[in-house]
Design a protein around this ligand. Structure first.
Ligand code: GLN
Length: 479
């Protein structure tokens, strides 16, 4: 039995019945990692010994734990106690957090086994994993291509069966776009649904942690574990815990869906459009009502995001000055040159670009013209999404305008790279939940359908995704 190929829910069943032990599963996954990491390079750190030890401990634990013995990968911007957490940045190369992120505590309590920390774009800024300060990750579907980003390591790990499930973070599309590129399921929860305690901040008003999974069922399973109130994150919303598995297979009869024109923007690849329209037609056949709508204000989401996110980043990243965290430049002289030298050596080009953009947008004289106007655009986006949801249960479209592109294809052109998130960014500005589910292929590469829901209506989003999964009959890539 090739245990590494199994979904989390399949593994759970085997573990609970006692047919397979967590140790057998973890050994199978670690063997898989050893075989494919040379090609894929999804991880920054594999926790070989710790994972084996944890799996052995679980042999005497309660088999009904919600993720009992499930091997999970964690993006490297999520703090793990005693284990390096680098955000794929040289500036945090030696940073070892003294505490676990809330989501990591939840995973451990749920009986999961953490396999390792996954590669990403530095500080989650990027769409291809090529901004990692250490090495790029490759797409298991085609090793010449990117896995997407910034949670590219987590998406590639799940895709290549190097973990059953993974955690990513999504500020402008970083869970959904790599999920789309790697042909896996990725969910960005409603802002406030999952605690950000222990997530290294990029843009605090947008960041949200969520699952990358082999199927919709597994994404729901992970949500049941991580989507709980946490008073340590003041934006965590206190709601009664939901069961995201309930009603997953109820189908879409009578569900009202809007196919949003702005989610198939100009420049969308022909094959992507065809797959998304095909998925919409299939949902209609399954009983959903699908109407085409336009939300013109979404066109301003990308420019607004590239003011708001860098503005918040420039403030959040001010703490990496060589004094408190991670790397400190040698022989820097006075304090100002210590700051300057540490940051010059420690940050990569894209991070520096974002800090400069953000500091500029917040500076006296430009604040009103840029940052404040971007916030006004954000308010309009929230308003227009709200209006659409008066009529529709969910909005659908492409996750990204293209399939995975070649390594190096967009590195010289930041704007071309930014356009990869054209369809995902508005959703973060709106604070809404959204999933990317594989819906077909274009030129032999996976296409993701994005499904966006009302705040805290992950249930509907997952149910529609499940219906799409059933009708698309998508086969995961076996490397
Ligand atoms: N690619 C987008 C950016 O570079 C989104 C990143 C993210 O969601 N973390 O900002």
């Amino acid at each position: 039995m090739e245990l590494h190929r199994k979904t989390a829910h399949e593994l759970l069943e085997l573990h609970r019945k006692g047919e397979v032990s967590p140790v057998e599963t973890v050994v199978s996954v670690l063997d898989r990692v050893r075989r494919v990491e040379g090609d894929v390079a999804a991880y920054l750190l594999v926790l070989d010994d710790a994972a084996r030890r944890r799996a052995a401990e679980l042999e005497s634990a309660d088999r009904n734990l919600p993720l009992y013995g499930v091997p999970v990968a964690v993006k490297d911007n999520i703090c793990t106690k005693g284990t390096p957490t680098t955000c794929a940045s040289k500036i945090l190369k030696n940073f070892i957090p003294p505490y676990d992120a809330a989501v990591v505590e939840r995973l451990r309590d749920a009986g999961a086994v953490i396999v390792g920390k996954t590669n990403m774009d530095e500080f989650a800024m990027g769409s291809s994993c090529e901004n990692s300060g250490f090495h790029p990750t490759r797409n298991p579907w085609d090793l010449e291509r990117v896995p997407g980003g910034s949670s590219g390591g987590s998406a590639a790990a799940v895709c290549a069966d190097e973990a059953a499930l993974a955690l990513g973070s999504d500020t402008g599309g970083s869970i959904r776009q790599p999920a789309s590129f790697c042909g896996v399921v990725g969910l960005k929860p409603t802002y406030g649904a999952v605690s950000r305690y222990g997530l290294v901040a990029f843009a605090s008003s947008l960041d949200q942690i969520g699952p990358l999974a082999k199927d919709v069922h597994d994404a729901a399973l992970m949500m049941n574990v991580i989507a709980v109130h946490d008073p340590r994150d003041s934006t965590s919303v206190n709601r009664p815990p939901a069961d995201f598995l309930a009603g997953l297979d109820d189908g879409v009869r009578g569900v009202k869906l809007a196919l949003v024109e702005e989610f198939l923007p100009e420049g969308t690849e022909r094959g992507v459009r065809a797959a998304v329209e095909g998925a919409a037609a299939a949902l209609e056949k399954s009983g959903a009502v699908v109407e085409k709508v336009s939300l013109p204000v979404l066109r301003y989401a990308l420019p607004a995001y590239y003011l708001i996110a860098p503005a918040e980043a420039s403030s959040n990243l001010a703490r990496y000055d060589g004094v408190q965290y991670g790397r400190r430049a040698a022989q820097a002289g006075d304090l100002a040159s210590l700051y300057g030298k540490t940051r010059r050596e420690g940050f990569g080009a894209e991070v520096k670009r974002r800090i400069m953009l953000g500091a500029y947008a917040l500076s006296a004289g430009y604040y009103d013209a840029y940052y404040l106007r971007a916030l006004k655009v954000r308010a309009l986006i929230v308003r227009d999404f709200g209006r659409a949801f008066e009529k529709y249960d969910a909005l659908i479209g492409a996750t990204s305008p293209t399939v995975s592109f070649k390594l190096g294809e967009k590195t010289a052109d930041p704007l071309a790279m930014y356009l990869s998130d054209l369809c995902t960014i508005p959703v973060n500005l709106g604070g809404l939940p959204a999933v990317s589910v594989p819906c077909g292929l274009s030129g032999g590469l996976p296409v993701g359908l994005q499904i966006v829901g009302k705040p805290f209506d992950e249930g509907t989003v997952l149910r529609v995704a499940r219906a799409c999964e059933v009708s698309a009959g998508f086969e995961r890539k076996v490397l």
